[in-house]
Design a protein around this ligand. Structure first.
Ligand SMILES: [Zn+2]
Length: 123
């Protein structure tokens, strides 16, 4: 789903994208000449890989986030929750992909390894 930033109005509009097992939904609205605020939520089930044993497992996903899409260059010192849309297009699919990639890049343990971890702490 792609929307021209210029066409986004100040009143909030809902959006919804459904990928395989995850729903990405929320709303977006104009907050300034060059900025659009997006409040989104990721809900569903995500396949992750355990950082210890490498096994894949599924985890329930329910995360909210707020980001801003801007059609001007983002300065390094500015918030990480900003997305540059220099071509003036807000691309919800790529926002979805980058949010999922951020979750996938975190450290994950499968339920089995998590259990072992708890066990070690008890000793
Ligand atoms: Zn594991």
């Amino acid at each position: 789903m792609q929307i021209s930033l210029k066409k986004i109005h100040e009143s909030a509009k809902p959006f919804k994208i459904e990928e395989e097992s995850v729903e990405f939904y929320g709303n977006f609205r104009r907050t300034g000449k060059h900025t659009v605020a997006i409040d989104g939520r990721l809900k569903g089930e995500l396949e992750l890989f355990c950082d210890r044993c490498g096994e894949s497992f599924r985890r329930d996903l329910d995360e909210s986030f707020s980001i801003e899409a801007v059609d001007r260059p983002v300065k390094v010192e500015e918030s990480l929750d900003m997305i540059e849309c220099l071509d003036g297009i807000v691309d919800f699919d790529s926002i979805y992909k980058s949010e999922i990639a951020a979750i996938e890049s975190e450290y994950h343990l499968c339920p089995k390894c998590e259990e072992e971890d708890d066990f070690e702490i008890e000793i």
